[in-house]
Write a protein that binds this ligand. Structure first.
Ligand code: DX5
Ligand code: ZN
Length: 218
């Protein structure tokens, strides 16, 4: 039996009705929280104060995705207030391993993300330092973009390497994940799926989550 985790992204939720939106995803595994700083990506969302309030209201634990410069400055704060996982970008970090160790020491799962153009082989030597790896399947910055199938060979190489090393690391995909793309990502080795518009854009987010789960297992 394969493992499938579905993490809805609040980027596609109604920000003015966050409590009601979160109440609709109680059958998700984690709630994915996209933090953007208008420097690392050309878009701006919110910081730790909003994320902490989402956590206080959410029926499921927080999966924080930091699309920001200087993750060393901010990432520990999310771990401190209790985010289950904190993922920062390899492209933005100066000392990724040291930061991962800090996050783990605080008690969070440490995650590292790579953009579509970043080689995954950069991560092979440091695999054990992370609890999850996020292979972006769109350019980070915006919800509602089209899935990039050309990222799949990279995910496959990562999954093979993780398997070869007997690693328990979770492999996450984010961007354009929906009913028509989730199976391909699952076959390519992903076990954790972020979905924004496919969940919060659905009339019934709860059944959208179950639909994605079933499609990933097929
Ligand atoms: C994009 C964010 C994603 C985004 C995904 O930069 O990291 O988490 O919310 O949205 P969808 O699922 O609509 O592509
Ligand atoms: Zn994200």
């Amino acid at each position: 039996q394969r493992t499938v985790r579905i993490n809805p992204s609040v980027l596609a939720a109604d920000f003015a009705n966050m409590q009601a939106e979160l109440a609709r995803i109680g059958n998700a595994d984690f709630v994915h929280v996209d933090v953007m700083d208008n420097h690392f990506v050309p878009n701006l969302t919110f910081g730790p104060q909003m994320a902490e309030r989402i956590q206080a209201t959410s029926p499921v634990p927080l999966d924080v995705h930091l699309m920001i410069d200087e993750p060393e400055r901010w990432a520990p704060e999310y771990a401190e207030f209790g985010a289950a996982s904190v993922t920062f970008h390899l492209e933005a970090a100066t000392e990724p391993v040291a930061l991962a160790r800090r996050l783990r020491a605080i008690g969070a799962r440490a995650g590292i993300a790579i953009k579509p153009a970043t080689a995954v082989e950069n991560l092979f030597e440091v695999l054990d330092e992370f609890d999850q790896i996020l292979v972006m399947t769109v350019e980070p910055g915006f919800g509602g973009q089209s899935f990039m199938p050309e990222t799949m060979p990279k995910l496959r190489r990562l999954a093979d390497e993780a398997h070869r090393r007997g690693s328990q690391v979770w492999l996450q995909v984010d961007g354009g994940i929906g009913e028509s793309t989730i199976a391909l990502a699952a076959e390519s080795g992903a076990d954790t799926f972020v979905a924004g518009s496919a969940v919060f854009g659905a009339a019934d987010p709860g059944s959208a989550i179950e639909g994605l789960r079933a499609s990933a297992l097929r």
